[in-house]
Design a protein around this ligand. Structure first.
Ligand code: SAH
Ligand code: SF4
Length: 433
């Protein structure tokens, strides 16, 4: 999501005649596109802003912009004031970056825009030579998970018009993009309650019909992950057999306190249906450990759910109390050592299952989109249709693109393979330097 926003900001800057420099020490303007979901990234931003303020006070002619989710929050606005930030733009107003720079150049002291602009029809041109095209289909979130700051920072759900999504998908295909990543906080809420818009399952099929080699999406909410979405994935070759389905906790008591709107039993039912209809599907999830009031028994429910689903991968987070969220206001945080100990236990199990799941690919072929050929080291890196990170010897490649790769080694987080063949549909691109 943030990567997509950063690409949009870059496109705007380039379209406005600005030049992007390789090193921040050469810049006249530094923009920080921030995340505010957990406390740690916020601490990093504060450190960086402190360093930049020091440089400005020492005489460097520099403007600094705070953008993204943190900018939208009271917390971010206080930080911006304290560190004398010149531009403050929330995630719903990133297209205001050029007017902001103009205002600064005209001598105005500081520029702020925190609106949620309604116009989601803007067509974003894919970056040249880009193999992956990020395509936002909706913005915001109508859920109210008690730990989460996203509904505050990104506002209510708005689905983009179908026509502009399809135009963007077709432009990406014409530009040689090999995979389209459909993005939204809850992609499966796309079009809900909006007359004239297709459902998410229908949209998936429409984007796949452009003939792009692969279509991925993130993130889905289990609450409305319906059978028609599972059918669309199962029945369409170029929709990737990879599903990220955040569960957050395996305990019904915790799920209720999180206001997740589903129970463990319903989640497991969805997983069963996915596994039945999509053989070899790869599943990943998000889990929060140490949510306020989580008992040892609740945590063990998360562990047993993990054993039952056997995820291929998981993003595991320690609960972070975020000012402005209901859980921050109403619940006491658990001791950090307890949260950290539980996180370690979960990571152990995740490593075990990721290793087991990755080993099932040994000796088999995966289609891999090689995106980066590093100038040092022996390997090039890519991602399989099922989203595994796959390394292949770089001397076997002449260009970036899609390859059939036979898997020879599996570690918990990476597969290693050898190139079996180059895919003719791949558009040859220059080797990265
Ligand atoms: N819309 C998506 C993702 C939201 S943010 C969803 O509903 O799943 C990405 C992940 O960050 C969440 O899935 C959650 O696991 C984690 N997260 C959000 N708020 C958090 C908090 N306060 N502390 C720790 N992790 C959090
Ligand atoms: Fe946050 Fe919940 Fe919305 Fe996801 S569904 S963005 S976790 S409030």
């Amino acid at each position: 999501m943030n990567e997509y926003d950063s690409n949009t900001i870059l496109s705007e800057l380039v379209a406005g005649g600005h030049q992007v420099v390789d090193s921040s020490s050469d810049a006249d303007l530094i923009l920080l596109n921030t995340c505010a979901v957990r406390g740690k990234p916020v601490e990093k931003v504060v450190t960086l802003l402190g360093e930049l303020r020091k440089e400005k006070r020492a005489g460097r002619n520099l403007a600094v912009g705070l953008m993204g989710c943190l900018a939208q929050l009271d917390e971010g606005q206080e930080i911006a004031k304290k560190f004398e930030v010149d531009i403050l733009i929330g995630p719903g107003a990133i297209t205001d970056i050029l007017p902001a720079i103009e205002a600064l150049e005209a001598g105005n002291p500081a520029f702020a825009s925190l609106d949620f602009k309604e116009d989601l029809a803007t067509h974003i041109t894919p970056a040249p030579n880009s193999l992956t095209g990020f395509l936002t289909i909706m913005r915001g979130c109508n859920h109210h998970c008690t730990y989460c700051i996203v509904p505050t920072t990104r506002g209510p759900e708005v689905s983009r018009p179908l026509e502009s999504i399809m135009l963007e998908a077709e432009a990406m295909q014409a530009a040689g993009v090999q995979e389209i990543y459909l993005l939204g906080q809850n992609v499966n809420s796309y079009g809900l309650g909006v007359p004239g818009l297709p459902s998410f399952a229908e949209l998936l099929r429409l984007v796949a019909q452009t003939g792009i080699p692969r279509v991925k999406f993130t993130t889905s909410h289990p609450m409305n992950f319906s059978s028609d979405i599972i059918d669309a994935i199962a029945e369409t070759d170029n929709i990737c057999k990879y599903i990220h389905l955040p569960v957050q906790s395996g305990s019904d008591r915790v799920l209720r306190r999180m206001a997740r709107e589903y129970k463990r039993g319903r989640y497991l039912e969805i997983v069963r249906e996915i596994k039945e209809k999509i053989p070899d599907v790869v599943l990943s999830t998000d889990i929060i450990v140490g949510f306020p009031g989580e008992s040892e028994e609740d945590f063990e429910q998360t562990l047993t759910l993990y054993e039952e689903v056997q995820y291929d991968a998981a993003y595991m987070f320690m609960y972070s109390a975020r000012p402005g969220t209901p859980s921050y206001k109403h619940f006491d945080d658990l001791p950090r050592e307890l949260k950290s100990e539980r996180l370690q236990r979960l990571i152990e199990r995740q490593k075990h299952w990721s290793h087991v799941k990755n080993q099932r690919w040994l000796g088999r072929d995966l289609r891999v989109l090689v995106k980066e050929i590093a100038s040092s080291g022996d390997y090039a890196v890519g991602h399989s249709d099922q989203n595994h990170t796959v390394l292949v010897p770089k001397n076997q490649l002449e260009s970036l693109g899609l390859y059939d790769v036979t898997i020879e080694t599996a570690t918990p987080h990476t597969l290693y393979g050898v190139v079996k063949g180059y895919r003719s549909e791949a558009i040859p691109l220059l080797m990265a330097q």
